[in-house]
Design a protein around this ligand. Structure first.
Ligand code: SAM
Ligand code: DTB
Ligand code: SF4
Length: 328
């Protein structure tokens, strides 16, 4: 019964087509495939472009926590969400370097610094560029996520040696306004263009489990895959429900739909690193293994994300060992 869909897909979307040709309908058809067929396609694409048993590890640090002016419905750091989080000023560089060195010693290859800003001021960029330079000097790849950028700021980050800028589309365009009202997805695209134009690699993905439909997931993936070029790094977050946020009681996503979304991201963005991101703490080893099988080849590594917990390094080491995965 499903063979015609598979045949049509094979005719319409061989994995070698440029990403800009992914229509929403073709992506919805991928989501509609039987799970095993979708996983098989994802594995084929994954193995064409990557070693199937290698996973990259990035460690996060919140360099400026809480008190954010934005109203993102999922976020512990939005000032208007009553989450009990204590606001902190921008960290001193020595604290950042200590955390970066620890991450490196534990085997991370990238260090991602996150700030709860709508966007940085120029004097914040002065400090962050210094952090980027010194973290890079430790031999780590660098990533920052600072919110919306103004003219000239991306170039300053590039000059400091920044490798990646993380700025997520977060959800489907038609659903965005239900989650965030203080900025639009057009604002996100504006910053992403500044990052790309400055020659910085793009890290851009979204969050699943916020009550979006399967069609919504397809339209988020279409937006990501049709970026030209697509993001080099695609974080797929599973909502971490934070008490005191409007999404604290959101219905969790069906785990198989989470895996399906990873597989569809892999097929539509064949050369991107797809990161199994926030929300791993509630996943058992079997579910994480399915995500790797679907083509995820990066994780957030270290026992803290920005403000919430993440799997202990030992647990990840044991999982990699059980699965024969090596870190890159
Ligand atoms: N303020 C900047 C911004 O919004 O771009 C950077 C920091 S913000 C915390 C970075 C990303 O973390 C968000 O875009 C969102 O995708 C993710 N995130 C935040 N809270 C989350 C949660 N509770 N569960 C899953 N992902 C979350
Ligand atoms: C991304 O996509 N996920 C990370 C990173 N980019 C900055 C953040 C996850 C945050 C999870 C909730 C928290 O710890 O506050
Ligand atoms: Fe602020 Fe970023 Fe959280 Fe939105 S996701 S409230 S912009 S820190």
């Amino acid at each position: 019964m499903n063979a015609p869909v598979e045949q049509n897909l094979n005719q319409a979307q061989p994995s070698s087509l440029p990403s800009s040709q992914w229509t929403r309908q073709a992506i919805e058809e991928l989501f509609a495939l039987p799970f095993n067929d979708l996983m098989f396609r994802a594995q084929q694409v994954h193995r064409e472009h990557f070693s199937a048993n290698q996973v990259q590890r990035s460690t996060l640090l919140s360099i400026k926590t809480g008190g954010c002016s934005e109203d993102c419905g999922y976020c512990s750091q939005a000032a208007r969400n009553d989450t009990g989080l204590e606001k902190e000023a921008l960290l001193e560089i020595q604290e950042v370097l200590k955390a970066a060195q620890e991450a490196k010693d534990k085997g991370a290859s990238r260090f991602c610094m996150g700030a709860a800003w709508r966007g940085p001021k120029d004097r914040d960029i002065d400090k962050v560029t210094e952090m980027v330079k010194q973290v890079k000097a430790l031999g780590l790849e660098t990533c920052v996520t600072l919110g919306m950028l103004r003219e000239g700021q991306a170039e300053r980050l590039k000059d400091a040696g920044l490798d990646y800028y993380n700025h997520n589309l977060d959800t489907a365009p038609e659903f965005y306004g239900q989650i965030i009202s203080t900025h639009s997805q057009a604002d996100r695209f504006d910053t992403l263009a500044k990052v790309r134009d400055a020659g910085i690699k793009v890290c851009c993905g979204g969050i699943l489990g916020m009550g979006e439909s399967q069609k919504g997931r397809a339209s988020l993936i279409a937006e990501l895959a049709n970026m030209n070029p697509p993001p080099e790094s695609v974080p797929i977050n599973n909502l971490v429900p934070i008490p005191g946020t409007p999404l604290e009681n959101a219905e969790p996503i069906d785990p198989f739909d989470f895996v399906r979304t990873i597989a569809v991201a892999r097929i539509t963005m064949p050369t991107s690193y797809v990161r199994l991101s926030a929300g791993r703490e509630v996943m058992n080893d079997q579910l994480q293994a399915l995500c790797f099988l679907a083509g995820a080849n990066s994780i957030f590594y270290g026992d803290k994300l920005l403000t919430t917990g993440n799997n202990e390094e030992d647990r990840d080491a044991a999982l990699f060992n059980r699965l024969g995965i090596t870190a890159i």
